[in-house]
Design a protein around this ligand. Structure first.
Ligand code: NDP
Ligand code: GDP
Length: 329
């Protein structure tokens, strides 16, 4: 039997790297769409971290380029397509609302059009987000909770979500949307709050920083581990019938309490180092997110396996290791 082929957009990002590792383990041929950058051609540091760079076949491309997407599908002939590419940082979406709309929103329909024209039998996964719930309309969010996006990012993701549903209903594409709550790991971008915290604590520990500046530490998030969440993406795509699923842990924690876990693990006193910076507050905030993965659990047995505490400890240790290595160079 020939190996299945998967195409991952956003393969250079956090989830792209973990998903590539999972699919390789499952015996897939993995192709990753990556955009060229002038400084380093393509940034493969996350694939390097997982030791899989030479196993992933990088395809040059950009979600904004429809003709390139069509050509990519013609060449790769994927069985499964995972659309993880996005301008994914909420705060930047107020600085770059149009770009965020183009990549995170319209980029999805570029890819869906390419699939409709070139690979209509391929299965498609869209990386939707709990940010779409924004100003929450129900205390526990599920697939039926109404959306109320609170940032240009969330508005763009809402377009991506509904256009995925629409192409499924209009053209019968096997297109699923995973509404994933925040998920983190040592490979998380340094601008997101968990990694910002663990990276800064490692710097403090090594004498490279004196303080940690944060914005709204009363915000609450339902945090899981990227490794668990990419498994949910894959399982979703294996279902006979495409559908939408919430992926979450069912536990919500304040940014303050998440920080405490990290400071305690590093044996540092949080109150000595934490500074609240009003410039880091957002024009509109998502105060609390809490999801129920009950539908995914019932459909394909998914449950999270890594706790917030285990994840934060892993992240602090990974940042300490990375920075210690740099320091000793
Ligand atoms: P990252 O920010 O780590 O990765 C985003 C990826 O998108 C990068 O590989 C980036 O490439 C790529 N990309 C950006 N713009 C383009 C473009 N125009 N064309 C092609 N590629 C592009 O995100 P995560 O891995 O954390 O998240 C994966 C997806 O899941 C994203 O869509 C995100 O919005 C969504 N999501 C994430 C959640 C989370 O908590 N992590 C929660 C819910 C949804 P480059 O390396 O060149 O910048
Ligand atoms: P988001 O949920 O996708 O926006 O993920 P983030 O990790 O960027 O932010 C999670 C929460 O942490 C939000 O409510 C932010 O307002 C809050 N937060 C508080 N201080 C900071 C900070 O310095 N950086 C980031 N990224 N978020 C912060």
């Amino acid at each position: 039997m020939t190996a299945k082929r998967a195409l991952i957009t956003g393969v250079t990002g956090q989830d792209g790297a973990y998903l590539a590792a999972l699919l390789l383990k499952e015996g897939y041929e993995v192709f990753g769409l990556a955009r060229r950058s002038s400084s380093s051609d393509v940034n493969l540091s996350r694939l390097d971290w997982l030791g899989i760079t030479s196993d992933v076949r990088i395809v040059d491309g950009n979600l904004l380029d429809l003709s390139g997407m069509i050509r990519t599908l013609r060449e790769v002939k994927p069985d499964e397509i995972y659309n993880l590419a996005a301008q994914s940082f909420v705060k930047s979406s107020w600085q770059q609302p149009l770009l965020t709309g183009q990549v995170t929103g319209l980029g999805v329909v570029n890819l869906l059009e390419a699939i409709r024209l070139e690979s209509p039998n391929a299965r498609f996964y869209q990386a939707s987000s709990s940010e779409m719930y924004g100003l929450i309309q129900e205390s526990v969010q599920t697939e039926t909770t109404p959306f109320y996006p609170r940032s240009p990012y969330a508005v763009a993701k809402l377009y991506g979500h509904w256009i995925t549903v629409n192409y499924r209903e209009s053209y019968g594409l096997h297109a699923s949307s995973g509404i994933l709550f925040n998920h983190e790991s040592p490979l998380r971008g340094i601008e997101f709050v968990t990694r910002k915290v663990t990276h800064c604590i490692a710097k403090i520990k090594l004498g490279l920083a004196q303080e940690l500046r944060l914005g709204n530490i009363d915000a609450k998030r339902d945090w899981g581990h990227s490794k668990d969440y990419v498994r949910a993406m894959w399982l979703m795509v294996q279902q006979d019938i495409a559908d939408d699923y919430v992926i979450a842990t069912g536990r919500t924690t304040t940014v303050r309490d998440m920080c405490k876990i990290a400071f305690e693990h590093a044996n540092l006193e949080m109150d000595r180092y934490l500074v609240i910076d009003p410039d880091l507050f957002r024009p509109a905030e998502v105060d609390v997110l809490l999801g129920s993965p009950a539908k995914a659990t019932a459909a394909f047995g998914w449950t999270p396996t890594i706790s917030l505490e285990e994840m934060i400890v892993e992240m602090v240790d990974a940042d300490l290791k990375r920075l210690s290595n740099l320091k000793s160079l």
